[in-house]
Each structure stands twice: as structure tokens, then as C-alpha cells.
Ligand binder design. Sequence first.
Ligand code: COA
Length: 375
Amino acid sequence: MAEQIMAKGLEGVVVSETSLGFIDGQQGRLLYRGYDIHDLAEHASYLETLYMLWHGDLPSGEQLEAFEARVAGARTIPDGVVDALGSLPRDANAMTALQAAVATLGSFDPDSDSNEHDVELAKALRLAAKIPTVIAAFDRIRGGEEPIEPDPDLSQAANFLYMLTGQEPSDVAAKALDTSLLLYLEHGFNASTFACRVIASTLADLHSSIVGGIGALKGQLHGGANEKAMRMILEIDSEEEAEAWVDEALDQHRKIMGFGHRVYRTEDPRATHLRRMSERLSEDLGDPKWHRIARRVEETMLDRKGINCNVDFYCGIVYYTLGIPLDLFTPLFAAGRIGGWSAHVMEQHGDNRIIRPRAEYTGSKNREFVPIDER
Ligand code: COA
């Protein structure tokens, strides 16, 4: 029998090969299929990067146009999904609603059960196109408003903001959201991607795998941190109070949301872009107060604990400044990560072995059964 290793939280354990994402936690490097995240964030769009992740290479202008048209043509969601969203309680958790909607979309998908590569790729495109529509429709319905039909002439990010508010966003706002989705697209074997791969490894279908990924992302130690980080910043009244707030939170052994990472030992390279975007957007569109408070929180965390912020910290401020409701922050993370999740499901199905680790049993091994009338 092979030697058994016990690693709580699977820290440092390599469970599979992947050619999708590479993270160098010491150097703070993140690559999507060999492309540096800094180059992609500065020069590419979300859909351009998604095409590359799914197909292996960056698209030509013509390929990108055709891909964008296919995504734009697949954004509408079936009436049954709108009805399912409408049947949820008004105060339903947005991530739970997204799980329900993705499961329902699976029931409507004509190829729901097929794991054949080309079919799975087409399903992934439909799902990536529809998730923003689901999130916007959920928000409109709970507010007593009709969902807004997607506009095929708008980009993925601009169309989401349009469906949410009924107003076409500025180029700056659309670009900021688009880049955040790109930064959220792929990140190796994080908890939600691993959850998707575990489910896919049983040969369950794409939609079932994604529903599991959304469940894992919901937690505050993972995707839930972008919402929690912003709620935390809103607790701090001013820049001057930030330092004392952090000290008090650390004294109470509270975890500061949006800080720390299992893999990065230096700055999360995604945070570099989100900090910049947060600063620019706060000055252009919103109130610079929140960005300034965040800066002081970041400086204090580095000084007291030497812990860097992660992708979720400044993303909270970016989304808040864009006027997005707080509880839609994590669903938007899912709207970006859907591309990575589905790429991993396809990679898993392409070279599958069921993922089935073992646990070290710590219970008793020799208990005597006592019949019920003698207990
Ligand atoms: N605030 C305060 N202390 C933190 C911290 C944070 N956000 N993140 C890590 N630490 C401290 C821990 O208290 C621990 O200190 P100790 O050794 O004195 O007990 C040490 O750093 C290691 O943290 P640990 O939670 O064991 O690391 P992990 O690899 O298991 O967890 C995270 C990584 C991301 C789950 C963790 O950093 C965290 O909970 N962060 C906040 C949530 C978050 O932002 N998640 C999004 C991740 S992208």
C-alpha cells in the first residue's frame, strides 16, 4: 500500500496536473496558460481571456468577434428560470439563488448530461453567457421589478450593469467590471475549483459541478470575502480610525476579511490591479473616503501582521463604487470564475480518475453493540 500523508486542509498536496493556471506564491506570479495576469489585465478583455483559457491560444480579431457574438446570443434565460427566481423568498441568499438557477438551467439545457468535449464547451459558453443575466434578474425580481432583457450590442460587463440598473454604464465603469471578471477567471486548485473537479471526477455533468463550485465559493474564507471585506470597511467611520479598528479586531482574534492567502506569501498580483482601479474609480465616480480607509487598513495589517491583502479586498470597493449591491459581490466573482470552473471540468473529464482521498480515523475501533432494550 502507498505511504499515507495527512495534510490538514490539503496544504501543499498536489492532487492533479493542470495546464490552465499557474501560481508562484513566493514571487507573486499568476499565469493563465502561460500568459502573465498583468499583461492580460492591462491589454485583454474578459471574453478574449476566456476564449484563450478554453481554446488554448489568444483569438484573432475575427475569432474574438465570432466568440463575442455567440456569447451575446446566448444571454437570455428561459422563462422557467425567471419563474424559479421569482418563487424564492425575497430575502433569499444571492449565492443560493444562483445555485438554484444554475441547477434549473441544467434542466433546461438540451445537452445536460453529455460530457463530450465539444458539447461541454458549448454548454460552458451558454452558462457563462447566462450567469450575469441570472444575477441581474434575481436583483430586479426581489426589488419588485421586471428583469431587463440582455442587450447583444453591449460587452459582457456593460450588459450586466445595464441589466442591473436599466442604464448603460460609462466606459470606465464597464472596463473596471470587465477587468475584475478577468482577474477572477482562474486560480488553480482553489476550494471552489477543486469542488467542481471532485464532482466532475464522478462523471457528473457540467451544471452539477458548477452548482458545487458556487456552494464552495459562498463561504467567507473564499469568495464570500469580497462582500465581507466591504462590510468591514463600512464599519470604519474615517481614515483616522482605521488603525485603531484593525488593532481592536486583531486583539479580538478576528480575521480581517480580504487579507491572507494559502498560496501567496507576497502581494496577490490581482490585488495590484484592483487597488489601482479602486483608487481611480473612487476619485472618478464615488467617494474617495472608502479607498483611503482601505489603504490605512492595508498599511496597518502589513505593519502589525505582515499579511498582504488578497484579490477580494479592493474588489469590494470597486464593486461598491460601481453601485452594485453588497450581496451581489460574490455572485459576480462566480460570473468571472465560471470560465475557470468549466475549463477545469473539461480538463478533468478529458483525463479522469475519480478523486477520492482518505481520512485518518480517530474514532474508536472496538465498541460493543448493545441491543436497544438494554440501553
Ligand atoms: N486576518 C488576521 N489574521 C490572519 C488572516 C486574516 N485575514 N489570515 C491569516 N491570518 C493569520 C492566522 O490567524 C494565522 O495566525 P496564527 O498562525 O498566529 O494562528 C496565520 O495567519 C495563518 O492563517 P491560516 O488561516 O492558518 O491560513 P490558511 O492558509 O489556512 O488560510 C485564508 C488562508 C485565506 C483562508 C486566511 O488567510 C483567511 O481566512 N483570510 C480571510 C478570508 C479571505 O480574505 N479569504 C479570501 C481568500 S482569496
